[in-house]
Design a protein around this ligand. Structure first.
Ligand SMILES: Cc1cc2nc3c(=O)[nH]c(=O)nc-3n(C[C@H](O)[C@H](O)[C@H](O)COP(=O)(O)O)c2cc1C
Length: 149
């Protein structure tokens, strides 16, 4: 059983819905999962044994959605090292944009810089190609959660 904090970046609700579903799936698998709607650095950086799941779309031109940007900026400014903190990223985007899924990539780079541990490679969800994002996330999440302590 792991303690997992879930954060999402979403403009039109796709990533938010996937994050809400993810919390239910993680709970059903026996974990203690919590969706942070207004995440603060202190909620994430305090205990490195707790896992972090980031589910974010990309907006603008490779930008992080406004609801998740404050967390990104705080993490970048405060730079709290999180050694070995397990994390995963689900990156939504649309490959017709030049900066495909850049928000998810940015979070991944930052968390790696903060010394957190990516449990499995980022899942990319391309709105141009993916017919069933819920199923793809569910399968990816199944692998991810099984590797948490
Ligand atoms: C105004 C706008 C800008 C977007 N910019 C990008 C982008 O730069 N890169 C990308 O990969 N996807 C981009 N997308 C696609 C979204 O990331 C994708 O549709 C995603 O599923 C939206 O999820 P959301 O409803 O959680 O925001 C953009 C979509 C919109 C509407």
């Amino acid at each position: 059983m792991a303690i997992i904090k879930v954060v999402f970046g979403s403009v039109n609700g796709n990533a938010q819905q996937l994050a809400e579903d993810a919390v239910e799936q993680l709970k059903a698998a026996g974990h203690q999962a919590e969706l942070l709607r207004h995440p603060e650095v202190a909620q994430l950086a305090g205990d490195c044994s707790e896992a972090l799941l980031v589910i974010t779309s990309t907006t603008g031109q490779g930008d992080i959605p406004p609801n998740l940007l404050p967390l990104y900026e705080q993490l970048n400014d405060q730079f709290p090292l999180m050694p070995e903190k397990p994390y995963g990223v689900v990156a939504l985007g649309d490959s017709s944009y030049e900066d495909f899924a850049e928000a998810g990539r940015s979070f991944d780079f930052l968390l790696k810089d903060l010394k957190a541990r990516r449990v499995i490679p980022t899942l990319f969800i391309d709105a141009c190609e993916t017919l069933d994002p819920e199923e793809e996330v569910a399968q990816w999440l199944d692998q991810w959660q099984a590797l948490l302590d």
